[in-house]
Design a protein around this ligand. Structure first.
Ligand code: GLP
Length: 244
């Protein structure tokens, strides 16, 4: 779906999320959201906060699972995704803190594999992700599933691509300070989500959007796996859609 700009697109996606939360509320069910970080979903979270403050949208039945976190990463650090989510969404709505899950960037290395299994088990025990929000990296990564990730990959510790680290290096004031690894939800759990909405804005994403939507389904472009999902959409502004 191509919108005029990222503002109208973000509002439309926020409305879909709000409608889903309300349907689940009326059914007395939790609403399981898969959430993304990066600059792309910022407008979406701002609109969800507005819907909470101005239209009384409650997040009390929402249980969220974030896609990823840098490793190592302290939760209070300026670049942590825990902090990002608190500052942009969690601190401004009535979601219960115990219902907010972001991968733990502080675990000792030997505990990461078990932790990742538990992260997936928690999602499964709740019946899976109802709606997964995604951004896309310049190399086609989803979460931190970099080029070469397998379609059945599990939640795990990954090495970040050079191109991903360069893109993040401004935030970390230089490549040397940029983490080399991260914990990411695997492609398999993303593909198991009941609905997936990938967001992309701007000309700089247009080539990878074309490769993801119109190119072959290949490990080199993990977002291309979504072609095989039966309920996934790409929500784009005109610039991101300009090469389609
Ligand atoms: C990071 C995140 C991804 C995100 C990507 C794109 O790598 N881990 O989840 O989709 O950046 O970031 P941006 O939205 O800032 O372009």
């Amino acid at each position: 779906i191509v919108y005029e700009n990222s503002v109208t697109a973000s509002k439309a996606v926020a409305k879909e999320i709000a409608d889903l939360i309300r349907v689940k509320q009326s059914q007395k069910q939790p609403c399981i959201l898969g959430l993304a970080t990066g600059s792309t979903p910022k407008g979406l979270y701002a609109e969800l906060v507005r819907l909470h403050k101005e239209e009384g949208l409650s997040f009390k039945n929402v249980i969220s699972f974030n896609l990823d976190e840098y490793y190592p990463m302290e939760p209070d650090s300026i670049n942590s995704y825990v902090r990002f989510m608190k500052e942009l969404l969690f601190n401004h709505v009535d979601i219960l803190p115990e219902n907010c899950h972001v991968p733990d960037g502080m675990l000792p290395k030997e505990r990461i594999a078990d932790y990742c299994d538990q992260y997936e088990a928690k999602i499964e025990s709740l019946g899976g992700i109802d709606l997964q929000i995604l951004g896309i990296g310049g190399n086609g990564h989803i979460g931190f599933n970099e080029s070469g990730s397998l379609q059945n990959s599990k939640t795990r510790l990954v090495a970040l691509d050079h191109i991903t680290r360069v893109a993040a290096s401004n935030d970390f004031s230089g490549l040397n300070n940029t983490p080399r690894t991260a914990i990411t939800l695997g492609v398999k759990k993303i593909m198991e989500a009941k609905r997936v909405i990938l967001l992309a804005w701007g000309e700089s994403k247009s080539n990878i959007i074309r490769a993801s939507v119109e190119g072959p389904v290949i490990n080199q472009v993990p977002a291309s796996f979504l072609q095989e999902h039966n309920n996934a959409i790409f929500v784009l502004d005109q610039a991101a859609a300009s090469k389609l």
